[in-house]
Write a new protein. Structure first.
Length: 283
């Protein structure tokens, strides 16, 4: 007796797709390409003949084929990321150059953790750019709880080399309170309750802040300068470190791996990326 999905001539299983599966696939293709393909069930002649499934004689041929498919899938994922990053860069550039009815504050943040235990936070720094005042305000906090710990083996220890003001020593709780207050103040001063948070590798810094109890305003907008630079170079696989990228675009920098300095230079980089993109769009 013939078994559905079983090729008796080859004694191998053949993967078949059900009609609901075919229609689901058709729907996905239609949505992806924006073209209304004719319903397959409306075309009876589609399945008047079923050919034998193709065979691969050797396992290495299958492995080679599978690698090609994986490569194509990775390329598609990279392309989708790039489209998303390009959209982000466009939005950031438009926001920087727009005329705002009330001041909009852009806050760049950076966190330095202990190199031998990243759960221990040594420094928090943030830099604020106000569209109304058009100037920077920088803050750097060193955490008293871990004053006895210092980096230097794997990551440079620049805790005492803040370039844009004085370092404040405080408990981790007080450091977070100060950041929370500045974040909320920025949102309150905007008519729409908006504030822009910026980081170089947002996922890392945002995770730290959430773990430490920071509550982000509902109107907060986020930008990642790593992703914005990927859009600039047209390659979503490029993830350039802060120091190398600052040198690449010609932003003078000193004493990186100090949280306050890194936050300041990340904000400078953000503005450079926005202005560079805007200048290319206007050409």
């Amino acid at each position: 007796m013939h078994k559905p999905g079983y090729d008796e001539s080859q004694t191998k299983w053949v993967a078949l797709i059900s009609m609901p599966g075919v229609e689901q696939t058709r729907g996905m293709i239609t949505q992806q390409f924006g073209y209304d393909f004719k319903s397959l069930y409306a075309s009876p002649s589609t399945f008047t003949k079923v050919d034998k499934a193709p065979r691969m004689a050797k396992s290495n041929a299958y492995n080679k084929f599978n690698k090609v498919i994986q490569k194509l899938n990775n390329q598609m994922k990279a392309l989708r990321r790039l489209v998303s990053y390009q959209k982000t860069l466009n939005e950031a550039a438009d926001m920087v150059h727009a005329t705002h009815a009330s001041p909009l504050r852009f806050i760049s943040v950076d966190i330095e953790s202990y190199e031998q235990d990243h759960a221990l936070i040594l420094e928090i720094g943030w830099s604020t750019w106000d569209t109304g005042l058009n100037k920077f305000a920088d803050r750097h906090f060193a955490v008293l709880d871990y004053k006895h710990l210092s980096n230097g083996r794997y990551v440079a220890d620049r805790r005492n080399l803040f370039m844009f003001g004085d370092t404040a020593w405080a408990s981790l709780k007080d450091c977070i309170t100060a950041f929370q207050e500045d974040l909320e103040l920025a949102a309150q001063q905007n008519a729409e309750g908006s504030v822009v948070l910026i980081a170089h590798d947002m996922s890392s810094d945002e995770t730290y802040l959430r773990r430490m109890g920071v509550e982000f305003p509902p109107g907060m907008i986020k930008f990642d300068t790593v992703e914005m630079n990927s859009a600039r170079v047209n390659d979503s696989n490029i993830k350039t470190g802060l120091g190398k990228l600052l040198d690449e675009v010609g932003i003078e920098n000193y004493s990186l791996h100090n949280a306050g300095n890194d936050a300041h230079y990340t904000l400078e980089l953000f503005l450079w990326l926005c202005r560079n993109h805007a200048s290319k769009k206007s050409v």
